[in-house]
Design a protein around this ligand. Sequence first.
Ligand code: THU
Length: 163
Amino acid sequence: MGSNKNTYSFEYEEYLNSDALSPADKALVEAARKVTADAYAPYSHFNVGAVALLKNGQTINGTNQENASYPVTICAERVLMSAASVLHKDVPIQTMAITYHNLNGSSIKPASPCGMCRQALKEYEDRTKTPIRLLLTGMEGKVYVITQSSQLLPFSFGGDDLK
Ligand code: THU
């Protein structure tokens, strides 16, 4: 036999709604839902809100920032990480809550960070040597709890691959 069949899998928790979370996680989810109002999304009308709890106890917000030149747009997660890098240099992110809504203001399916943000999250984990917990949710309903954001990026590319 010249080949192996391998499997990639990871466990995550699913909560029925934010009331089922710990008080700290619930607060983070509620803060992220609130911050969607601050998104600058005049083109997609897809408002994304992210709030992170840092290891130093501070919280940082992020919202998507769009641009008439569409590719210039920055996602909420990367806006958040840039702000954290500047305002709290080298402080690890413990947990990040991410949510969104479109023009009608509601959403039920948990948020799914885009590929570019998954790559940026991995780099943040690597540079701070700390896994980032994710709370993925909509404006109501289910919350997925992911232990480590890089679990969402199997076969990832990172600094070690450049050596
Ligand atoms: N967006 C985010 O902010 N985060 C994601 O993970 C997915 C997409 C934003 C980018 C753009 O402003 C809008 O959502 C539609 O793609």
